[in-house]
Design a protein around this ligand. Structure first.
Ligand SMILES: [Zn+2]
Length: 387
């Protein structure tokens, strides 16, 4: 238990304190004034028991701070709206609210020296910082736009719910991770190096997806599919209704995307319309590879059934065109399929049986498909923007 007086005395007795760290401490008071420590360079507050009264950490009057961490639920970081107390900060980690809502609107002016930022709960975000190397935006559930134009950024990660626009111009990026919910961004611009190993997107797909959701997914894939190494991971959970109407979707030219689709079906029993899910996903993404795990018996049964259909000679739906707008499987020139490294192409019919008795996720019960699309146009990674 820490009292305000004890901390004041500490500040008076030791005015040269540069580093303060509080882990799981209970405070007797609501507001901690960091100005008690005039030479403070590094302050860190992590966790805290439920009976702790601390609600505000006030930075007013500290102008030498280089590192600041405040990760205590229900606390607020109180900072002067002019940037005197943030101008030297290089390392910032916040899991709290902030008294100035516009603080992160432009990271460049408020944190000119920032190198590493891990922030939650912000509404708007723009960063054009030269020094910034790592940006972690976690649980930013009301954030709709992100603009990041940082020449030295190596790591970017985001997790949130409603993001609509993402602009990333970071030619030195090494690590990109995006974790969203059902909402698909409507605009995405990525200028990242071709050497990046993985561009990782993750969405949690819940109930209520229909043709318009698949149309947004298709547009999103067009925007990211020009890059190499795009991994799109979908966790499908409690999907009570999936609806896909091909006429609404208006399937047109099919391109082979570089997208690797990774699908995990959490509870198969809750998926009411696996046929719509198969058609919707394949029409929207036309992935290079597809790996499936979880409770996917119905999904795999439908997928394998369609892949096994031989196109008859008299089918005229796509004779004259480069791609078929009626049946996605007419657009597949060839495919490979493996289950746990075992070639299953000749035993396609028996593949669903491997999932029949397992409604939930089983480790290593995974099938991987590799598709070669008929009208394959090799899209070379560039900074093409598709609206
Ligand atoms: Zn056809």
């Amino acid at each position: 238990m820490l009292g305000d007086e004890a901390l004041s005395n500490l500040g008076i007795c030791c005015p040269n304190i540069e580093h303060l760290e509080f882990d799981d401490c209970a405070f007797w008071f609501e507001t901690l004034e960091l100005s008690k420590f005039p030479k403070l360079k590094k302050a860190s507050f992590n966790g805290g028991p439920q009976h702790s009264r601390l609600r505000n950490v006030n930075n007013t009057g500290t102008n030498q701070l280089e590192s600041f961490h405040l990760c205590i639920f229900n606390t607020e970081w109180v900072i002067n709206p002019d940037n005197t107390c943030s101008s030297n900060i290089k390392n910032l980690e916040l899991y709290c609210s902030v008294n100035v809502p516009s603080l992160f609107e432009d990271l460049t002016t408020t944190f000119p020296l920032i190198e590493k930022a891990s922030i939650n709960g912000l509404d708007r975000m723009k960063a054009s910082n030269y020094h910034l190397k790592s940006l972690d935006l976690s649980i930013v559930n009301s954030l709709k736009k992100i603009y990041v134009d940082c020449p030295n950024l190596n790591d970017f990660s985001y997790s949130g719910l409603v993001l609509e626009e993402l602009y990333i111009d970071c030619p030195k990026l090494i690590y990109f991770r995006y974790s969203g919910c059902k909402k698909i961004p409507t605009f995405i611009y990525l200028n990242v190096p071709t050497t990046i190993q993985r561009i990782h997107f993750n969405f949690n797909v819940w109930s209520g997806i229909n043709s318009s959701w698949f149309i947004s997914l298709n547009k999103f894939v067009e925007m990211i599919g020009v890059h190499q190494h795009v991994y799109l991971h979908l966790d499908v959970c409690r999907l009570e209704l999936a609806e896909f109407i091909l006429d609404e979707f208006e399937a047109t030219q099919i391109f082979q995307n570089n997208v690797h689709l990774d699908l995990r079906i959490i509870y198969s029993c809750n998926i009411q319309n696996p046929v719509a899910l198969v058609d919707g996903l394949i029409w929207s993404i036309h992935p290079s590879t597809l790996s499936i795990e979880g409770g996917c018996y119905e999904f795999i049964k439908d997928l394998c059934g369609k892949l096994g259909i031989k196109k008859s000679e008299d089918e005229s739906c796509c004779e004259q065109q480069e791609s078929c707008s009626k049946y996605w499987w007419h657009n597949i020139k060839d495919f490979e399929v493996k289950h746990q490294d075992k070639d299953m192409k000749e035993k396609l019919i028996s593949l669903p049986e491997l999932y029949q008795d397992y409604p939930d996720y089983i480790p290593r019960n995974k099938s991987c498909f590799k598709f070669q699309w008929r009208s394959c146009i090799n899209l070379i990674q560039n900074s093409l923007i598709l609206h």
